[in-house]
Write a protein that binds this ligand. Sequence first.
Ligand code: PEP
Ligand code: MN
Length: 263
Amino acid sequence: LASRLNHPEPTVVSIGNVKIGDGSVTVIAGPCSVEGREQIIEIASELQKAGAHMLRGGAFKPRSSPYSFQGLGETGLKFLAEAREATGLPIVSEVMDIENLSMACEYIDVVQIGARNMQNYPLLKAVGRTTKPVLLKRGLSATIEEWLMSAEYILSEGNPNVVLCERGIRTFETATRNTLDLNAIPVIKHLSHLPIIVDPSHGTGIARYVCAMSMAAVAAGADGLILEAHQSPESALSDGQQSITPNEFSELMHQVEVLVTAC
Ligand code: PEP
Ligand code: MN
């Protein structure tokens, strides 16, 4: 079902007025984690003014350490819904387990399946039985074939609205947090009809490299970007080192616009 062979025309996933895969570049931005009501509403309105199309923010966080901030849970989802109310931006947030899926679906517009859950087959089947669009991140060490098979789990349960997200893979390189595999864009475009967006924040792990890799992703044909942004990255509760400020986001949006016009 994910293959282009029996489905040559590209899939366009609609989230309200936002369309992913229609040839435009959809930009999703927001903090790694929802940290509080004011924080998420304030950053959402700044990002919306700078041209973001959707808002991201984690309420359930898959942290490497159990002692790190785990997210605000349902309270965080409520704050996200308030931020949507204030800005009109649809929201994407990660769901980590089946227990919280139907509750989370009452608040969010797109369900993010994180890299660590790309091969959580019961969870994939469960989101496949919902009607919510799904943002399926590539696993930390997953091949493109394995990633597409995970998409297949969702599609085969009846949910056609899958957006793939390349977020970097584990390699021997340590200069960056992950190695952003931009090869995945033309490979996915060749093999599948599903849209693909790129996450240069997790792909690099370092804010100063995010703009260059955003441009590279768009030039390679990505259908969109998902970017971590924070009012004060140095005090963020998660992923501050890879988060850009609203001003940097605004600058990035200008550069992307110039690139899109030139293409
Ligand atoms: C995130 O988007 O904040 C996140 C945890 O991403 P990933 O699953 O790609 O690590
Ligand atoms: Mn993050």
